[in-house]
Design a binder for this molecule. Structure first.
Ligand code: CAA
Ligand code: NAD
Length: 287
């Protein structure tokens, strides 16, 4: 079984907003990183954003130039899951769709070495259900990073019903090794943070939908009135409206309370492909 000290090679699947930041963190901690995405363009974007992010740290005097170059060299982009056979830890950060994640976990279970830990960066989906798709449920765990991963200090760890204590300890130590504070959640829909955050974002959509105020005033209200770094609509665009909608649906289905029912305006934006900052348009437009 991998322990934190022995986690030398990490596979990151999904090279989007989260996967690229997670790969950066693992590489900066000295791990060999294999970064995989089904979309080659996403891999190119990820390499560019990791380089830019590390160079910002160099410019601020928080990282030596040589360490920046070494981190970049430790990341190798790959195109097939089969190339992850030797990694100690896989961190999955693909789309927030249960069936797609389960299919990937089945594949990973078949090709990774028996001691490998399979972690999901899911925002809301049951770790127990993802684990049940594999023959190694004791080695499956939730490792929930926050956006942007290089900056946000938190990792929420979620044990599935069968996650072993060894795996929990290894992932906790690894999280601390990459500089994060850990909190633990039971395997409930949305865990801790999104259970509380997403209803606020949804309420901001309802406020906009029902004409309470303009988007700018809703965001300014929450920024200046409650000292949030971003207003909730701006934050929704930053997270991705598709992610917000998926999480709300998991909360609604899993907890069965209408208060989690997604606002029709959020649904309409996602249907229209207005997924937020990553697509250049969401609640706001981005030049
Ligand atoms: N890599 C390296 N550095 C970065 C970075 C990145 N990817 N992104 C931002 N930074 C650095 C900047 O260089 C800057 O550093 P200095 O202050 O030392 O100059 C600092 O972070 C602030 O960045 P900016 O000045 O560009 O912008 P900002 O002041 O608006 O801060 C922010 C950006 C950190 C994202 C801030 O707006 C913020 O904290 N927003 C809220 C983010 C949040 O709530 N995230 C969680 C979302 S929920 C989630 O993730 C869970 C889920 O499942 C959906
Ligand atoms: P994203 O849309 O930026 O990136 C997802 C990437 O996964 C894309 O590049 C896509 O091509 C790739 N992908 C999709 N299916 C794949 C597959 N089967 N195999 C390989 N690659 C595949 O999404 P994101 O915002 O990075 O979110 C990824 C995961 O992280 C989701 O589970 C999300 O809920 C979670 N998460 C997101 C945030 C956030 O703020 N965006 C925060 C914490 C956790």
């Amino acid at each position: 079984m991998a322990t934190a000290g022995k986690i030398a090679a990490v596979g990151v699947i999904g090279a989007g907003q989260m996967g690229s930041g997670i790969a950066q963190l693992a590489a900066a901690a000295g791990c060999a990183v294999l970064l995989l995405d089904s979309d080659p363009a996403a891999l190119s974007r990820a390499v560019a954003s990791i380089s830019a992010s590390l160079r910002r740290l160099v410019a601020k005097g928080q990282l030596y130039q040589a360490a920046c170059e070494d981190s970049i060299k430790r990341i190798r982009c790959v195109s097939r899951v089969q190339e992850l056979g030797d990694v100690d830890l896989v961190i999955e950060a693909i789309v927030e769709v249960e069936d797609v994640k389960k299919k990937l976990f089945v594949e990973l279970d078949g090709i990774t070495k028996p001691s490998a830990i399979l972690a999901s960066n899911t925002s809301s989906i049951s770790i127990t259900r993802l684990a049940s798709a594999t023959k190694r449920p004791s080695q499956v765990i939730g490792m929930h990073f926050f956006n942007p991963p290089p900056i946000m200090k938190l990792i929420e760890i979620i044990r599935g019903a069968d996650t072993s204590e060894d795996v929990f300890s290894a992932v906790k130590s690894f999280s601390e090794r990459i500089g994060k504070t850990v909190i633990c959640s039971q395997d409930y829909p949305g865990f801790i943070v999104n259970r509380i955050l997403m209803p606020m974002i949804n309420e901001a959509f309802w406020a906009l939908y029902t004409g309470v105020a303009t988007k700018e005033d809703i965001d300014t209200g929450m920024k200046l009135g409650t000292n949030h770094p971003m207003g909730p609509l701006q934050l929704a665009d930053f997270i991705g409206l598709d992610v917000c909608l998926s999480v709300l649906r998991v909360l609604h289905n899993g907890l069965g309370d209408n208060k989690y029912s997604p606002c029709p305006l959020l649904v309409q934006y996602v249907d229209a492909g207005r997924l937020g900052k990553k697509r250049g348009v969401g609640v706001y437009s981005y030049g």
